[in-house]
Design a protein around this ligand. Structure first.
Ligand code: XIL
Length: 371
Protein backbone atom coordinates (compact mmCIF):
# COMPACT_ATOMS: atom_id res chain seq x y z
CA UNK A 1 0.00 0.00 0.00
CA UNK A 2 2.74 2.41 1.09
CA UNK A 3 4.65 1.56 -2.08
CA UNK A 4 1.65 2.27 -4.24
CA UNK A 5 1.23 5.67 -2.62
CA UNK A 6 4.91 6.48 -3.04
CA UNK A 7 4.80 5.34 -6.68
CA UNK A 8 1.63 7.35 -7.16
CA UNK A 9 3.25 10.45 -5.74
CA UNK A 10 6.29 9.92 -7.91
CA UNK A 11 4.13 9.64 -11.01
CA UNK A 12 2.38 12.80 -9.97
CA UNK A 13 5.69 14.57 -9.47
CA UNK A 14 6.97 13.40 -12.84
CA UNK A 15 3.82 14.39 -14.68
CA UNK A 16 3.83 17.73 -12.87
CA UNK A 17 7.39 18.31 -14.00
CA UNK A 18 6.40 17.41 -17.55
CA UNK A 19 3.40 19.71 -17.38
CA UNK A 20 5.58 22.46 -16.01
CA UNK A 21 7.95 22.00 -18.90
CA UNK A 22 5.23 22.32 -21.52
CA UNK A 23 3.62 25.10 -19.54
CA UNK A 24 6.81 27.10 -19.75
CA UNK A 25 7.95 26.34 -23.23
CA UNK A 26 8.92 29.06 -25.68
CA UNK A 27 6.50 27.75 -28.28
CA UNK A 28 3.60 27.93 -25.89
CA UNK A 29 4.53 31.42 -24.72
CA UNK A 30 4.73 32.74 -28.29
CA UNK A 31 1.79 30.76 -29.65
CA UNK A 32 -0.39 33.80 -30.31
CA UNK A 33 2.45 36.03 -31.41
CA UNK A 34 4.75 34.39 -33.97
CA UNK A 35 6.50 31.11 -34.66
CA UNK A 36 9.61 30.52 -32.63
CA UNK A 37 12.07 28.31 -34.42
CA UNK A 38 15.52 26.81 -34.56
CA UNK A 39 17.97 25.62 -37.16
CA UNK A 40 18.66 21.87 -37.15
CA UNK A 41 22.04 20.24 -37.69
CA UNK A 42 22.52 16.79 -39.23
CA UNK A 43 22.83 14.85 -35.94
CA UNK A 44 19.56 16.45 -34.86
CA UNK A 45 17.88 15.64 -38.17
CA UNK A 46 19.18 12.07 -38.07
CA UNK A 47 18.02 11.56 -34.50
CA UNK A 48 21.46 10.86 -33.01
CA UNK A 49 21.48 14.04 -30.93
CA UNK A 50 18.56 12.94 -28.78
CA UNK A 51 18.95 15.60 -26.11
CA UNK A 52 18.78 18.43 -28.62
CA UNK A 53 15.82 16.80 -30.33
CA UNK A 54 13.97 16.80 -27.02
CA UNK A 55 14.60 20.51 -26.67
CA UNK A 56 13.53 21.15 -30.25
CA UNK A 57 10.23 19.31 -29.96
CA UNK A 58 9.35 20.75 -26.59
CA UNK A 59 10.42 24.38 -27.16
CA UNK A 60 10.14 25.28 -30.84
CA UNK A 61 7.26 25.56 -33.30
CA UNK A 62 9.32 26.00 -36.47
CA UNK A 63 12.48 24.49 -37.96
CA UNK A 64 14.94 25.25 -40.72
CA UNK A 65 17.85 23.09 -41.89
CA UNK A 66 21.20 24.63 -41.01
CA UNK A 67 22.95 23.15 -44.04
CA UNK A 68 21.36 20.15 -45.76
CA UNK A 69 19.04 22.10 -48.08
CA UNK A 70 21.77 24.27 -49.56
CA UNK A 71 22.41 23.70 -53.25
CA UNK A 72 25.84 22.06 -52.86
CA UNK A 73 24.19 19.31 -50.79
CA UNK A 74 20.92 18.99 -52.70
CA UNK A 75 22.42 18.98 -56.20
CA UNK A 76 26.14 18.19 -55.92
CA UNK A 77 26.26 17.28 -59.61
CA UNK A 78 24.05 18.64 -62.33
CA UNK A 79 20.82 16.65 -62.38
CA UNK A 80 21.93 14.37 -59.50
CA UNK A 81 19.89 15.32 -56.48
CA UNK A 82 20.48 14.07 -52.95
CA UNK A 83 17.38 14.34 -50.80
CA UNK A 84 17.92 11.85 -47.95
CA UNK A 85 18.78 14.39 -45.24
CA UNK A 86 16.26 16.98 -46.42
CA UNK A 87 13.55 14.31 -46.51
CA UNK A 88 14.28 13.35 -42.92
CA UNK A 89 14.29 17.01 -41.89
CA UNK A 90 10.86 17.60 -43.44
CA UNK A 91 9.50 14.37 -41.93
CA UNK A 92 10.71 15.50 -38.49
CA UNK A 93 8.85 18.79 -38.86
CA UNK A 94 5.65 17.13 -40.03
CA UNK A 95 5.72 14.56 -37.26
CA UNK A 96 5.98 17.36 -34.71
CA UNK A 97 3.52 19.75 -36.36
CA UNK A 98 6.10 22.40 -37.08
CA UNK A 99 6.21 25.30 -39.50
CA UNK A 100 8.93 24.06 -41.85
CA UNK A 101 11.27 26.49 -43.60
CA UNK A 102 13.47 25.73 -46.60
CA UNK A 103 16.90 27.39 -46.62
CA UNK A 104 18.00 28.31 -49.25
CA UNK A 105 17.40 28.14 -53.01
CA UNK A 106 19.64 30.78 -54.60
CA UNK A 107 22.81 31.77 -52.74
CA UNK A 108 26.37 32.47 -53.86
CA UNK A 109 27.82 30.36 -50.99
CA UNK A 110 27.66 26.62 -50.41
CA UNK A 111 26.80 26.17 -54.04
CA UNK A 112 28.12 23.37 -56.27
CA UNK A 113 31.00 24.32 -58.57
CA UNK A 114 29.23 23.26 -61.77
CA UNK A 115 26.40 25.76 -61.37
CA UNK A 116 27.89 28.62 -63.40
CA UNK A 117 30.27 26.88 -65.80
CA UNK A 118 30.14 24.80 -68.96
CA UNK A 119 32.27 21.74 -69.62
CA UNK A 120 35.24 23.93 -70.56
CA UNK A 121 35.03 25.84 -67.30
CA UNK A 122 33.65 28.99 -68.98
CA UNK A 123 30.73 31.01 -67.66
CA UNK A 124 27.43 29.67 -68.99
CA UNK A 125 25.09 31.92 -70.96
CA UNK A 126 22.18 33.76 -69.35
CA UNK A 127 19.78 31.24 -70.91
CA UNK A 128 21.62 28.24 -69.49
CA UNK A 129 21.88 29.80 -66.03
CA UNK A 130 18.15 30.57 -66.03
CA UNK A 131 17.46 26.96 -66.98
CA UNK A 132 19.69 25.68 -64.17
CA UNK A 133 18.06 27.97 -61.62
CA UNK A 134 14.62 26.97 -62.79
CA UNK A 135 15.42 23.28 -62.69
CA UNK A 136 16.98 23.49 -59.22
CA UNK A 137 14.16 25.55 -57.75
CA UNK A 138 11.42 23.58 -59.42
CA UNK A 139 12.81 20.17 -58.44
CA UNK A 140 13.39 21.13 -54.82
CA UNK A 141 10.27 23.19 -54.18
CA UNK A 142 7.95 20.71 -55.97
CA UNK A 143 9.30 17.83 -53.92
CA UNK A 144 8.17 19.51 -50.70
CA UNK A 145 5.12 21.27 -52.10
CA UNK A 146 2.57 21.97 -49.37
CA UNK A 147 4.97 20.63 -46.73
CA UNK A 148 7.72 23.23 -46.58
CA UNK A 149 5.68 26.31 -45.74
CA UNK A 150 8.21 29.03 -46.52
CA UNK A 151 11.38 29.35 -48.61
CA UNK A 152 14.40 31.60 -48.36
CA UNK A 153 14.30 32.03 -52.12
CA UNK A 154 17.31 34.32 -52.42
CA UNK A 155 19.99 34.72 -49.77
CA UNK A 156 22.53 37.53 -49.36
CA UNK A 157 22.39 39.32 -52.72
CA UNK A 158 22.81 42.92 -51.52
CA UNK A 159 25.81 44.65 -49.96
CA UNK A 160 25.76 47.03 -46.99
CA UNK A 161 26.03 50.06 -49.30
CA UNK A 162 22.92 49.00 -51.18
CA UNK A 163 24.68 47.76 -54.31
CA UNK A 164 24.23 44.27 -55.67
CA UNK A 165 26.77 41.64 -54.63
CA UNK A 166 28.93 40.87 -57.64
CA UNK A 167 28.10 37.18 -57.59
CA UNK A 168 27.99 35.03 -60.70
CA UNK A 169 24.21 35.20 -60.60
CA UNK A 170 24.48 38.97 -60.90
CA UNK A 171 27.34 38.91 -63.37
CA UNK A 172 25.49 36.62 -65.77
CA UNK A 173 21.85 37.66 -65.28
CA UNK A 174 21.99 41.13 -63.72
CA UNK A 175 19.40 42.27 -61.20
CA UNK A 176 16.76 40.12 -62.85
CA UNK A 177 18.06 36.95 -61.22
CA UNK A 178 16.12 37.81 -58.06
CA UNK A 179 12.63 38.22 -59.60
CA UNK A 180 13.31 35.16 -61.75
CA UNK A 181 14.08 33.04 -58.68
CA UNK A 182 10.86 34.17 -56.98
CA UNK A 183 8.86 33.51 -60.10
CA UNK A 184 10.21 29.95 -60.43
CA UNK A 185 9.50 29.28 -56.74
CA UNK A 186 5.98 30.65 -57.00
CA UNK A 187 5.28 28.45 -60.04
CA UNK A 188 6.52 25.37 -58.20
CA UNK A 189 4.43 25.95 -55.06
CA UNK A 190 1.91 28.78 -55.34
CA UNK A 191 1.00 28.45 -51.64
CA UNK A 192 4.45 28.54 -50.07
CA UNK A 193 5.59 31.78 -48.47
CA UNK A 194 8.57 33.29 -50.29
CA UNK A 195 11.29 35.31 -48.61
CA UNK A 196 14.35 37.41 -49.33
CA UNK A 197 16.95 36.71 -46.59
CA UNK A 198 20.16 38.61 -45.76
CA UNK A 199 22.54 39.72 -43.01
CA UNK A 200 23.15 43.30 -41.84
CA UNK A 201 19.77 44.10 -43.27
CA UNK A 202 19.43 47.19 -41.10
CA UNK A 203 22.09 49.20 -42.94
CA UNK A 204 20.02 52.08 -44.36
CA UNK A 205 21.23 51.73 -47.97
CA UNK A 206 20.68 48.02 -47.86
CA UNK A 207 17.17 48.48 -46.49
CA UNK A 208 16.45 50.85 -49.38
CA UNK A 209 17.56 48.41 -52.07
CA UNK A 210 15.75 45.46 -50.50
CA UNK A 211 12.56 47.52 -50.32
CA UNK A 212 12.97 48.51 -53.97
CA UNK A 213 13.34 44.86 -54.91
CA UNK A 214 10.21 44.00 -52.92
CA UNK A 215 8.19 46.81 -54.49
CA UNK A 216 9.41 46.02 -57.97
CA UNK A 217 8.40 42.38 -57.67
CA UNK A 218 5.03 43.23 -56.17
CA UNK A 219 4.28 45.72 -58.97
CA UNK A 220 4.99 42.97 -61.50
CA UNK A 221 2.73 40.45 -59.75
CA UNK A 222 5.63 38.37 -58.45
CA UNK A 223 4.89 37.28 -54.92
CA UNK A 224 7.21 38.04 -52.02
CA UNK A 225 5.83 37.48 -48.54
CA UNK A 226 8.65 38.35 -46.23
CA UNK A 227 12.09 39.67 -45.60
CA UNK A 228 14.34 37.51 -43.45
CA UNK A 229 16.62 39.57 -41.23
CA UNK A 230 19.52 37.33 -40.31
CA UNK A 231 20.26 38.23 -36.72
CA UNK A 232 23.86 37.16 -36.15
CA UNK A 233 24.46 39.97 -33.70
CA UNK A 234 26.88 40.93 -30.96
CA UNK A 235 26.68 42.69 -27.63
CA UNK A 236 27.18 46.15 -29.13
CA UNK A 237 26.11 46.04 -32.75
CA UNK A 238 23.66 46.74 -34.23
CA UNK A 239 21.94 49.47 -32.25
CA UNK A 240 18.44 48.44 -31.33
CA UNK A 241 17.02 51.62 -32.88
CA UNK A 242 18.50 50.92 -36.30
CA UNK A 243 17.27 47.34 -36.15
CA UNK A 244 13.79 48.54 -35.16
CA UNK A 245 13.68 51.08 -37.97
CA UNK A 246 14.37 48.31 -40.46
CA UNK A 247 11.49 46.19 -39.08
CA UNK A 248 9.13 49.13 -39.43
CA UNK A 249 10.36 50.02 -42.94
CA UNK A 250 10.02 46.47 -44.27
CA UNK A 251 6.54 46.17 -42.81
CA UNK A 252 5.55 49.47 -44.48
CA UNK A 253 6.65 47.99 -47.79
CA UNK A 254 3.99 45.32 -47.33
CA UNK A 255 6.02 42.30 -46.26
CA UNK A 256 6.33 40.38 -43.02
CA UNK A 257 9.61 40.31 -41.15
CA UNK A 258 11.25 37.00 -40.26
CA UNK A 259 13.89 37.30 -37.61
CA UNK A 260 16.16 34.56 -38.93
CA UNK A 261 19.42 32.95 -37.86
CA UNK A 262 19.43 34.58 -34.46
CA UNK A 263 22.22 34.27 -31.94
CA UNK A 264 24.04 36.83 -29.80
CA UNK A 265 27.76 36.30 -29.65
CA UNK A 266 29.32 37.07 -26.28
CA UNK A 267 32.79 37.40 -27.81
CA UNK A 268 34.66 40.38 -29.23
CA UNK A 269 34.20 40.71 -32.98
CA UNK A 270 37.02 41.62 -35.39
CA UNK A 271 34.40 43.55 -37.38
CA UNK A 272 30.71 44.37 -36.85
CA UNK A 273 28.17 41.75 -37.76
CA UNK A 274 29.05 40.59 -41.27
CA UNK A 275 28.00 36.98 -41.75
CA UNK A 276 29.72 36.44 -45.07
CA UNK A 277 30.80 32.84 -44.54
CA UNK A 278 33.98 33.15 -46.59
CA UNK A 279 35.39 35.95 -44.41
CA UNK A 280 37.38 34.52 -41.52
CA UNK A 281 40.25 35.84 -39.47
CA UNK A 282 43.15 34.15 -37.80
CA UNK A 283 42.86 32.94 -34.24
CA UNK A 284 44.30 35.18 -31.54
CA UNK A 285 44.09 34.31 -27.85
CA UNK A 286 42.78 37.75 -26.99
CA UNK A 287 39.83 37.12 -29.28
CA UNK A 288 38.91 34.05 -27.21
CA UNK A 289 38.74 35.35 -23.63
CA UNK A 290 36.13 33.09 -22.01
CA UNK A 291 37.23 29.50 -22.56
CA UNK A 292 36.37 28.59 -18.96
CA UNK A 293 32.94 30.19 -18.80
CA UNK A 294 31.38 33.62 -19.14
CA UNK A 295 32.14 36.09 -16.33
CA UNK A 296 29.03 37.23 -14.44
CA UNK A 297 29.07 40.76 -15.82
CA UNK A 298 29.27 39.57 -19.44
CA UNK A 299 26.54 37.05 -18.74
CA UNK A 300 24.31 39.83 -17.47
CA UNK A 301 25.07 42.03 -20.46
CA UNK A 302 24.37 39.14 -22.83
CA UNK A 303 21.10 38.33 -21.11
CA UNK A 304 19.94 41.95 -21.18
CA UNK A 305 20.74 42.13 -24.86
CA UNK A 306 18.50 39.09 -25.54
CA UNK A 307 15.72 40.60 -23.47
CA UNK A 308 16.01 43.92 -25.34
CA UNK A 309 15.67 42.12 -28.67
CA UNK A 310 12.71 40.03 -27.53
CA UNK A 311 10.98 43.09 -26.09
CA UNK A 312 11.34 44.64 -29.51
CA UNK A 313 9.97 41.55 -31.25
CA UNK A 314 6.96 41.53 -28.94
CA UNK A 315 6.40 45.24 -29.50
CA UNK A 316 6.26 44.53 -33.25
CA UNK A 317 4.56 41.15 -33.09
CA UNK A 318 2.02 42.26 -35.71
CA UNK A 319 4.88 42.66 -38.22
CA UNK A 320 6.82 39.53 -37.33
CA UNK A 321 6.05 36.10 -38.72
CA UNK A 322 8.80 34.13 -37.05
CA UNK A 323 11.87 34.33 -34.84
CA UNK A 324 14.35 31.55 -35.57
CA UNK A 325 17.43 30.75 -33.51
CA UNK A 326 20.52 29.57 -35.40
CA UNK A 327 20.91 26.40 -33.38
CA UNK A 328 20.02 24.91 -30.03
CA UNK A 329 23.05 24.63 -27.71
CA UNK A 330 26.23 26.69 -27.46
CA UNK A 331 28.63 23.88 -28.32
CA UNK A 332 26.93 23.32 -31.69
CA UNK A 333 26.91 26.95 -32.77
CA UNK A 334 28.75 27.92 -35.93
CA UNK A 335 29.89 31.00 -33.96
CA UNK A 336 32.56 28.90 -32.24
CA UNK A 337 34.27 28.91 -35.64
CA UNK A 338 33.08 32.15 -37.20
CA UNK A 339 34.50 34.65 -37.85
CA UNK A 340 37.46 33.27 -35.89
CA UNK A 341 38.04 29.52 -35.82
CA UNK A 342 38.28 27.53 -32.58
CA UNK A 343 36.74 29.91 -30.04
CA UNK A 344 34.37 29.23 -27.16
CA UNK A 345 31.23 31.29 -27.66
CA UNK A 346 27.96 31.39 -25.72
CA UNK A 347 25.45 32.68 -28.25
CA UNK A 348 22.38 30.43 -27.89
CA UNK A 349 19.56 29.84 -25.42
CA UNK A 350 20.67 26.39 -24.20
CA UNK A 351 24.06 25.68 -22.63
CA UNK A 352 26.67 23.02 -23.26
CA UNK A 353 24.85 20.66 -20.89
CA UNK A 354 21.57 20.97 -22.83
CA UNK A 355 20.11 23.10 -20.05
CA UNK A 356 17.93 26.12 -20.68
CA UNK A 357 19.78 29.25 -19.62
CA UNK A 358 17.95 31.51 -17.15
CA UNK A 359 17.21 33.89 -20.03
CA UNK A 360 14.70 31.40 -21.48
CA UNK A 361 12.35 31.76 -18.53
CA UNK A 362 12.84 35.54 -18.63
CA UNK A 363 11.93 35.66 -22.32
CA UNK A 364 8.82 33.62 -21.54
CA UNK A 365 7.91 36.08 -18.78
CA UNK A 366 8.16 38.97 -21.25
CA UNK A 367 5.27 37.48 -23.22
CA UNK A 368 3.09 37.75 -20.13
CA UNK A 369 3.75 41.41 -19.45
CA UNK A 370 1.16 43.99 -20.45
CA UNK A 371 2.29 45.91 -23.50
C1 XIL B 1 26.33 28.55 -41.81
C2 XIL B 1 26.20 27.26 -41.01
O1 XIL B 1 25.73 27.56 -39.72
C3 XIL B 1 27.53 26.56 -40.94
O2 XIL B 1 27.37 25.27 -40.34
C4 XIL B 1 28.15 26.42 -42.33
O3 XIL B 1 29.43 25.88 -42.22
C5 XIL B 1 28.22 27.76 -43.03
O4 XIL B 1 26.92 28.34 -43.06
N1 XIL B 1 24.19 32.93 -43.38
C6 XIL B 1 23.37 31.90 -43.77
C7 XIL B 1 23.55 30.55 -43.18
O5 XIL B 1 22.40 32.13 -44.52
O6 XIL B 1 23.21 29.54 -44.08
C8 XIL B 1 24.98 30.35 -42.69
O7 XIL B 1 25.03 29.09 -42.01
C9 XIL B 1 25.37 31.49 -41.78
C10 XIL B 1 25.32 32.82 -42.51
Amino acid sequence: MKRIIVLGLMTLAVSNAAAQKTENSLKKAFKDKFYIGTAMSLPQINGTDVKSDQIITSQFSSIVAENCMKSMFLQPQEGKFFFDDADRFVAFGEKNNMFIIGHTLIWHSQLPKWFFVDKDGKNVSAEVLKQRMKNHINTVVSRYKGRVKGWDVVNEAIMEDGTYRKSKFYEILGEEFIPLAFQYAQEADPNAELYYNDYNEWFPEKVKTVINIVKNMKSRGIRVDGVGMQTHVGLDTPKLEEYEKAIVDYASAGVKVNVTEMEISALPSPWGTSANVSDTVEYQAKMNPYTKGLPQNVQKEWENRYLDFFRLFIKHEDKIRRVTMWGVTDNQSWKNDFPVKGRTDYPLLFDRNFKAKPVVEKIIQLTKEKK
